[in-house]
Design a protein around this ligand. Structure first.
Ligand code: DHB
Ligand code: FE
Length: 283
């Protein structure tokens, strides 16, 4: 059976891609953000994941408002990055893992999740940048990926409770996969931020810190909130923290708990309160 090693999470912000391309990691503005990663790089060298399931939210690239799935699972052999603008070097395509994609799809449908399956899927900064952040010395991350898109763009959003259930089911699918592969789950997005409207620039440090704490010790904490309650507390784009919830739920199978490998929180990068976290499965 496949081994579920643990979970990773990080914020995703297009400006990070620009900072990487320009080599600004040690600049005063960027250093507190990039300094959150080296301890996680060292852990990744030890645990050597081969496949990464990425919970991310498309921002209007592959799905637009006319057709917006609540949950979509990639089942492609490769995923081309087709993000917007900045004039930075184009990132090479990411390798897919169709075998795990279909294992997850079969398990989700059997578990009564009505998902969209995507044998072609363009990915944006929410998928490409985290892989660059966690594997900075590689031209392309040395892993295969299964991207899972969760709608945080057009209301109504899936409830936090439903996202948690989805994450659990994905964890079950990985654990039941007849493979000797070493698998990680990853979340990208959040933490609190709002890009538009009267509250543009809104950040909620107290809420973020409670949420980060819940990731380690009380994974169901955020399932108490409705989509609008999450908007109120975390901002219109802060709802991307639903990805973190799915990642964490995927690690609950077996009930053995997790160990926090490393975490960091830094305000702000662009308009966003940034978080990074690595969790190791204890089973
Ligand atoms: C920013 C944050 C995001 O999550 C995103 O998808 C795009 C931009 C920002 O803070 O600039
Ligand atoms: Fe985003």
């Amino acid at each position: 059976m496949a081994t579920l090693l643990g979970g990773l999470a990080t914020s995703h912000i297009p400006a990070i891609g620009n900072a990487i391309a320009k080599g600004w990691q040690q600049e005063p503005y960027w250093k507190p953000f990039f300094d959150g990663f080296p301890p996680i790089h060292r852990w990744l060298e030890q645990v050597r994941p081969e496949v990464v399931v990425v919970f991310y939210n498309d921002h209007g690239l592959n799905f637009f408002l006319d057709k917006m799935p609540t949950f979509a699972v990639g089942a492609a052999a490769e995923y081309r990055n087709a993000d917007e603008g900045w004039g930075i070097p184009t990132l090479p395509p990411l390798a897919g893992c169709p075998e795990l994609s279909w294992q997850i799809i079969r398990h989700l449908v059997a578990s009564e999740f009505d998902i969209v399956t995507c044998q072609e899927m363009l990915v944006d900064h929410a998928c490409s940048l985290p892989l660059k952040l966690f594997w900075p010395t590689h031209e392309v991350a040395p892993v295969q990926i299964v991207p899972i898109d969760i709608n945080t763009v057009q209301f109504p959003l899936p409830t936090a409770r439903r996202v948690y259930q989805l994450g659990r089911a994905v964890g079950e699918a990985i654990a039941a996969w007849e493979s000797d592969k070493r698998v990680l789950v990853m979340a990208t997005g959040g933490l609190s931020h709002q890009l538009e409207g009267e509250r543009a620039g809104f950040i909620n440090k107290a809420f973020d810190q409670q949420f980060l704490e819940s990731m380690v010790s009380n994974p169901e904490w955020a399932t108490q909130f409705s989509d609008l309650e999450l908007v109120e507390r975390a901002g219109t784009q802060g709802v991307e923290l639903l990805m973190w919830l799915a990642m964490r739920a995927a690690l609950t199978r077996g009930g053995a708990g997790v160990r926090k490998v490393h975490g960091n929180y830094h305000i702000p990068i662009s308009n966003t309160a940034t978080g990074v976290l690595a969790l190791e499965c204890l089973a």
